[in-house]
Design a protein around this ligand. Structure first.
Ligand code: SF4
Length: 383
């Protein structure tokens, strides 16, 4: 365990109670009876299932029950969110990175020209995004290079973006609680952080050097967000690294832990399937559409309130089907390189998108499916 003074207390102190291998074994041992028990509990309107129920619902034993899961997932999503899909758009501000993630084109060893947007360029990006659609939810994304893109840089980015968007979320390096707090005063509403994998033994194979190689620092980052009073915390694992069922079960346990401790905070979950990147890394695990649908529905049954987000990594047809079965927010029109909207559209992308439709086309297809598009679900006067 890394030194407490360095990583702080948090979920890293408690995750050891669940063994990775035992989690896999328990999921594999789930039977039709376990699945029926979880579904009965859900049908009796249990707002929150436990991790045992969740493991049953994501297990291979649940495959014959997908239709029932779909009906319940649809019902609970409608009850809690109505027929709505929230829209957001990412804005990459930097691809400078001091980490060595083996699956990412932005990793430190990849020789390409790095870009850190200036505030004028950030402003240009905001203006270019505003011409694409009435977006109010902006996700600010960057590589992890705290010496150049530290709290001061992001403070400036947030202040520059603030006049254009009501809701600002960041997906950057994990920070100290006091830094998150400082950024909330500059307009930060939410933080997204991907643990990538909860498998502690294998974590370092994918993150061999740099700050991201410290498993506990990253894992306890969510506690630091909660302590700082960040309004919304986004969690995620990268599907393609380790056994996905074990990874999402750990994430479900992590979500429950955070909900108990930081109950004022809202949560979202994300399970992106790995896309090809410049690094040439091939996924170790492939998740089928059917499995992703099962996972999404299981998460909705596990937690009726959590926001489930799909990015443009997923294809248009699949996204359209899943908005009825648990998904509540989507990105559209995404560029995954810094300056991609206005400044340098030919820079290296972090990953290639699968849904390359315009935001207008994505919104039209959501409406055709009988759902309303929500561009704004937060106003800065709440800050
Ligand atoms: S995944 Fe993030 S931290 Fe890792 S190399 Fe890519 S940009 Fe850097």
């Amino acid at each position: 365990m890394e030194d407490y003074k360095f990583v702080g207390h948090g979920f890293a102190d408690v995750i050891g109670q669940w063994s990775w291998q035992e989690t896999i074994d328990r999921i594999e041992a789930m039977t039709a009876e376990d699945v029926r028990r979880a579904l009965d509990k859900s049908r009796r309107n249990a707002k929150m299932l436990d991790d045992n129920d969740f493991m049953a619902l994501i297990s291979p034993a649940a495959t014959p029950y997908l239709e029932e899961m779909a009906q319940l997932a649809h019902k609970y999503t409608l009850e809690r969110f109505g027929r709505t899909i929230s829209m957001y758009i990412p804005m990459y501000v930097s691809n400078l990175c001091t980490n060595f993630c083996v699956y990412c084109g932005f990793n430190h060893d990849n020789p390409f020209k790095r870009t850190v947007l200036t505030m004028d360029q950030v402003k240009n990006e905001c203006e270019a995004i505003k011409t694409l659609g009435p977006f109010e939810n902006l996700l600010i994304v960057s590589g992890e290079a705290p010496a150049t893109c530290g709290v001061e840089y992001f403070e400036n980015v947030l202040r520059t973006c603030r006049p254009y968007f009501h809701n600002l979320t960041m997906e950057v390096q994990p920070m100290k609680a006091e830094d998150y707090e400082r950024l909330t005063h500059a307009g930060l509403n939410g933080v997204v952080c991907f643990q990538e994998t909860y498998n502690r033994d294998r974590y370092k194979c994918y993150h061999p050097k740099g700050m991201k190689s410290f498993y506990a620092w990253r894992l306890n980052g969510y506690d630091r967000m909660g302590q700082a009073g960040v309004h919304k915390i986004g969690m995620g694992v990268l599907i393609g690294l380790e056994d996905w069922r074990a990874d999402v079960t750990m994430m479900a346990r992590h979500l429950r832990y955070l909900q108990k401790k930081y109950w004022r905070t809202r949560y979202s979950v994300n399970f992106p399937r790995m896309c090809p990147s410049e690094s040439g890394f091939q996924p170790n695990v492939v998740m089928t559409d059917r499995e992703l649908a099962q996972l999404t529905m299981a998460f909705r049954l596990f937690d009726h309130d959590v926001d489930i987000s799909y990015s443009t990594r997923e294809n248009p047809q699949f996204r359209a089907n899943m908005m009825r079965l648990g998904v509540t927010s989507m990105s559209a029109g995404s560029q995954t390189e810094p300056g991609g909207y206005a400044t340098s559209p030919d820079a290296l992308e972090q990953f290639s998108v699968t849904d390359s439709r315009t935001p207008e086309a994505v919104a039209a297809s959501i409406r055709e499916g009988g759902y309303d598009v929500v561009w704004k679900d937060w106003d800065q006067i709440y800050d």
